[in-house]
Design a protein around this ligand. Sequence first.
Ligand SMILES: Cc1cc2nc3c(=O)[nH]c(=O)nc-3n(C[C@H](O)[C@H](O)[C@H](O)COP(=O)(O)O)c2cc1C
Length: 386
Amino acid sequence: MRPVTIEDLRRIARRRLPRMVFDYVDGGAFDEVTLRANRADFERLRFRPRVLTDVSERDLSVVLFGSRLALPLVLAPIGLAGLVARRGEIQAARAAEASGIPFCLSTASVCSIEEVRAAAVKPFWFQLYMGKDRELARSLIDRARAAGCSVLAFTVDVPVAGQRERDLRNGFTVPPRITPANVLDTARRWRWMREVLLGSRLTLGNVPHSRDEGFLPLARLMLRNHDASKTWREFEWVRSLWPGPLLVKGVLTAEDARLAVEHGADGVVVSNHGGRQLDGAPSSISVLPSIVEAVAGRATVLLDGGIRRGQDVLKALALGAHACLIGRAFVYGLAAGGEAGVRRAIEILAGEMDVTLALLGRRSLAELDGSALEPVAWPAPAGAGR
Ligand SMILES: Cc1cc2nc3c(=O)[nH]c(=O)nc-3n(C[C@H](O)[C@H](O)[C@H](O)COP(=O)(O)O)c2cc1C
């Protein structure tokens, strides 16, 4: 059956992936309260459609950092996308390119910056995790520059790794806990075994290694490299090394959005890391209006978290986001059908956006503003407005 929605792709992904890999993608931190809030809060928003406005011609393109994108979407950085499909980052980068939108490569990817560069024609974005090893961070920035990456996203919401309890239960840890149950479960996913586990070399492509260093030693090294001591000083250091557009990814308050702009960021990504870090954090859509207000046109505002429908993207744009990143929505497609699956995921969202824009009585994304939504009172977070 042809997948019609992102949820259809998710169901296929669930069948194809070993449970521990599916749960790594699908799951969130602790009780997954924030993971659920990301969805629930999009669903609370209601549209205010206008009628008789001639919507026979419609345009879903946006301009972001001087480039025109076919859609207001970017593929979010996903660590270990190459564990979902063979050379997953390359398949996703190609799908993004074919769809006219940017792909953002994670520091924690299976394929290296250079491999993705060799496979892609258009510049892609790079996401930086900065650990204790500053030389590694500097060399990643240099390599991203040399590869022509157009935007750098500095992720700030991982001072420590979130506690993802599905992973702990499934033994998806470093090293993995191998049990009869997960061996059996993995063996049943023969296609994934053949293509991903046996069909390609799993490694962390961006971490310098000799050819015979396997995935586990590198993963251990990355975990040891975690640095909880970072402050805006480190952000300034990154700013001094990166001349192009620089985003702070993982901002959830007006205060931090203002600090990001004051320290020279070109934009912020309003994000709770897809509910994978601080459980109990607000949904990204609920804090977007306060951040748009705080930034007041001085920087680009992007949003991610919970986008599973084109309608969600339009709601975020109506509340002031310039574009959205999608994470799981494309990873389900990657698991379901590789590059074609990611293209399908983007096509599904584009179709939903197009129909919804017409039903809203708008012809272009520039015509979307707060008047496209019924007002909603989000519960004010304690200390808001300070
Ligand atoms: C499996 C997985 C891996 C991720 N890895 C990274 C990463 O390496 N770097 C990063 O900045 N964000 C990472 N994220 C967060 C995404 O970039 C994005 O913020 C989040 O997925 C958005 O929520 P959504 O999945 O509901 O769209 C990851 C998310 C998932 C689901």
